[in-house]
Write a protein that binds this ligand. Structure first.
Ligand SMILES: Nc1nc2c(ncn2[C@@H]2O[C@H](COP(=O)(O)OP(=O)(O)OP(=O)(O)O)[C@@H](O)[C@H]2O)c(=O)[nH]1
Ligand SMILES: [Mg+2]
Length: 217
């Protein structure tokens, strides 16, 4: 652990309050697991981090995170929803809450990341499960996506537009996506990133650190 190195960013003494729980949702394949992996890699030397993934039929995403060694295996739990992913993060959150609370009991984390199964634009997390939510879309769905709205696009605490490295290939205009997001979201932040780029996760990392500081305060 290298907690001393981060004291300029985070409060020196960790209050004994509950961990910050962040939900990460969005359509299938947008880069939710890639984002979780990048956040874990960047934060796990300075913070205690745990992860709950959701898949409908498998434990694919948890397996991926474990295979890539982003955290110790026991810090990663998988929920198999067996039904529409939004049900398990919004309507009946019991299975997720059980895993989150068990991980909190075992590891006393600073940060809990809950990845939703890939869903559609209507999916959101219950604030009974998480404190803040990130909605991840990608440019490959077309630059119309932010304009189509839905609660993830309009009301998530952070909108991530991922895979900007592919924008030219798929003919997505990033200015259109930026402007439509601003029109949909008002003051709520949006970041355009590529998780394939070196330090591509940095804008999300900054937001997570600011959120953690605010949560602790
Ligand atoms: N080119 C490019 N590919 C990316 C980027 N981010 C993720 N990917 C790739 O996109 C694919 C899907 O990424 P995932 O992280 O599995 O997406 P997901 O949202 O977790 O998918 P589900 O959990 O199945 O909904 C993978 O092959 C990633 O390697 C990016 O910024 N650029
Ligand atoms: Mg995933």
């Amino acid at each position: 652990m290298h907690r001393e190195e981060t004291q300029t960013v985070l409060p020196a003494a960790r209050p004994r309050g509950r961990a910050l729980r962040i939900g990460i949702g969005g359509p299938v394949g947008g880069g939710k697991t890639a984002l979780v992996a990048a956040l874990c890699r960047a934060l796990s030397t300075e913070l205690s981090v745990v992860v709950v993934t959701n898949d409908i039929y498998t434990t694919e995403d948890a397996d991926f995170l474990r295979r890539n060694g982003v955290l110790a295996d026991e810090r990663i739990r998988a929920v198999r929803t067996g039904c529409c992913p939004h049900t398990a993060i919004r309507d009946d959150i019991t299975a997720n809450l059980d895993e989150v609370e068990e991980l909190e009991r075992l590891h006393d984390p600073d940060l809990v990341l809950v990845e939703s199964g890939g869903d559609n634009l209507t999916a959101t997390f219950s604030y009974g499960l998480i404190d803040r939510q990130i909605f991840v879309v990608d440019v490959a769905g077309g630059d119309k996506v932010p304009r189509k709205g839905g609660p993830g696009v309009t009301r998530s605490d952070l909108l991530v537009i991922n895979k900007i490295d592919l924008a030219e290939l798929v003919g997505a205009d990033l200015d259109v996506m930026r402007n439509d997001s601003a029109a949909q979201r008002g003051d709520r932040p949006t970041v355009l990133i590529s998780l394939r780029a070196e330090h591509g996760v940095a804008p999300v990392l900054d937001w997570v650190r600011r959120s953690l500081t605010a949560h602790r305060a």
